[in-house]
Design a protein around this ligand. Structure first.
Ligand SMILES: [Zn+2]
Length: 201
């Protein structure tokens, strides 16, 4: 709170400072940039923020982000709807899609199981995944949870629910470094991991 600034400027700085990776100095710089910029550009930014919060919702089928009932992947008839790739977050889906190699559809869990943090299986979309597989027409489920303890544990739990349904279950190969996350993997590493995915015994 700088008493030399107006209340609204202080408010804007505080708001920017809550964003990930933005410290107080950067927040100040951004706020002053908004202050100096022409009204149209500033309002376009405000409208874009409002629009993304108003219009973005979860896909009814895969829980990715979308603007209608279904996301662009789920509503694409050219996709392989018999193969479901299970990811923790929508960001992981976006990273996998950037490789241009994925013709399958997705299921976004909304995180991983972490009992110590109070995240139980019922907090994720695991039941919905089981329902999708049980409904039939699914040939393969690819586990693409993060290659770390929580991601592996979540994949293992899901496998235990899907195995009795007789569906083929694979996981991405360990081209992915352990302890890393899919969101930050390079395209090449993701490409290796997609091609080398292996059956979960
Ligand atoms: Zn979808």
């Amino acid at each position: 709170m700088n008493p030399a600034y107006t209340d609204s400027l202080n408010e804007l700085i505080d708001r920017f400072a809550t964003l990930p990776g933005i410290g107080h100095k950067t927040a100040e710089r951004l706020a002053f940039h908004i202050l100096k910029t022409d009204p149209e550009s500033a309002m376009a930014l405000a409208n874009a923020i409002q629009s993304v919060k108003t219009n973005t919702r979860q896909c009814k089928l895969c829980f990715s982000i979308c603007e209608g009932d279904l996301c662009t992947v789920c509503s694409d008839p050219k996709r392989d709807h018999a193969t479901i790739c299970v990811v923790e977050q929508a960001n992981d889906l976006i990273s996998l899609e950037k490789t241009g190699m994925c013709k399958w559809v997705y299921h976004v869990l909304g995180g991983h199981i972490a009992p110590l943090d109070g995240i139980e299986p019922s907090d994720l979309t695991i039941d919905d995944l089981v329902r999708r597989v049980r409904a039939g027409g699914i040939g393969e489920v690819i586990m693409a949870t993060n290659p770390n303890m929580e991601g592996d544990g979540t994949a293992l739990y899901i496998c235990s629910l899907l195995r009795p349904l007789g569906v083929k279950i694979t996981r991405l190969a360990r081209g992915l470094p352990s302890g890393s996350s899919i969101e930050f993997a390079t395209g090449n590493i993701l490409a290796d991991a997609i091609l080398g995915r292996s059956k979960i015994e």
